[in-house]
Ligand binder design. Structure first.
Ligand code: SF4
Ligand code: MG
Length: 314
């Protein structure tokens, strides 16, 4: 199948006191083999929760994930172990995600050891070649994470993910914590690795500018739901959803060429995900909100070929 991962009506709710926080609510999309799907949203939009649910760090509250044609919830224990190996995550903060008391070589090999992929000389050899593959030196294996810069630590995080021979990598804001000058290097590295190893990425970021160049398609999340999903080019040239239009209008002109470069200022802050607005979640900030927007949740629809949105305007 062309689709590596199909997500159907996925939900992840958390109990907060007597309330239910709907961090991810009824999300449906697919990831094609070999593509990079960018996922954009403000903090609290549920994008990290969605990523963590896909890799199995969270248990879904409802819905379905189908990976390589198989419903993940029906996998045997052995198959689930394999799923946990071939679906990996790279984290936002390369400092917090690397154990400061472990040598870099052992950090990289942790998953390899857990899945018994290599031992002895072969293990050492793999650690060295992974370090070199991500642009570091083999003898860095003997050092500790604090001896490296933020960009180098993110490279170590990437090597750790690669060590278990993954197919699909969820990268949760992998460049947000890095200096702007380093961001492009890490993006280039990820693109090279994707080409060479046939990897598929879900690339999470908080703004559209960051995912523009690496993404084949882009999804936009707001308060736990998808607002829009389209090919990168289409999303930038013909955004359908008022939220996407507002996000795009905030990007400086040279990055996006548009007829009229008018900044759309959204009113207010995002509401709490514990008590989201009725109907369309975006309606309290939408410049186009109508009566129907409060009454009914807009359907997730394919408005043009491969261009999905949830909005009563369409
Ligand atoms: Fe705006 Fe209504 Fe569309 Fe929501 S459904 S984005 S409130 S026009
Ligand atoms: Mg996050």
């Amino acid at each position: 199948t062309e689709m590596l991962l199909e997500v159907e009506n996925l939900k992840k709710y958390f109990n907060v006191g007597k309330h239910s926080l709907k961090a991810v609510d009824n999300v449906s999309f697919s990831v094609r083999r070999g593509e990079t799907l960018g996922l954009v949203g403000e903090s609290g939009s549920g994008k990290s929760t969605l990523g963590r649910t896909i890799v199995g760090l969270n248990e879904a509250t409802g819905g379905k994930m189908v990976f390589e044609g198989r419903d993940v919830s029906t996998l045997s224990k052995k198959e689930k172990r394999k799923y946990n190996r071939i679906v990996q995550m790279i984290f936002q903060d390369p400092h917090a995600s690397l154990n400061p008391r472990m040598k870099v070589g052992d950090i990289i090999a942790e998953g390899m050891d857990a899945h018994k992929l290599a031992s002895g000389k072969e293990r050492m050899h793999r650690i060295f070649s992974l370090l070199e593959r991500v642009g570091l030196q083999g003898d860095h294996a003997k050092r500790y994470p604090h001896e490296f810069s933020g960009g180098q630590r993110q490279r170590i995080g990437i090597a750790r993910a690669l060590a278990v021979e993954p197919k699909f990598i969820v990268a949760d804001e992998p460049i947000s914590a890095l200096d702007v000058s380093i961001q492009a290097q890490v993006i280039n590295l990820m693109e090279d690795l994707q080409r060479e190893m046939g990897l598929t990425f879900l690339f999470i970021a908080h703004d559209l500018g960051m995912v523009k160049h690496i993404s084949d398609r882009i999804g936009v999340m707001y308060l736990g739901s998808f607002m829009e999903l389209a090919d990168s080019g289409d999303l930038f040239s013909e955004p359908l959803h008022p939220y996407t239009q507002a996000l795009l209008s905030a990007i400086p002109a040279p990055t996006v060429s548009r007829e009229k470069q008018e900044r759309i200022i959204l009113k207010g802050d995002p509401p709490s995900p514990i008590s989201p607005p009725s109907g369309c979640r975006f309606r309290t900030r939408c410049p186009h909100a109508m009566e129907v927007c409060a009454a009914a949740v807009p359907e997730w629809k394919e408005i043009r070929p491969q261009h999905w949105t949830a909005c009563h305007l369409y």
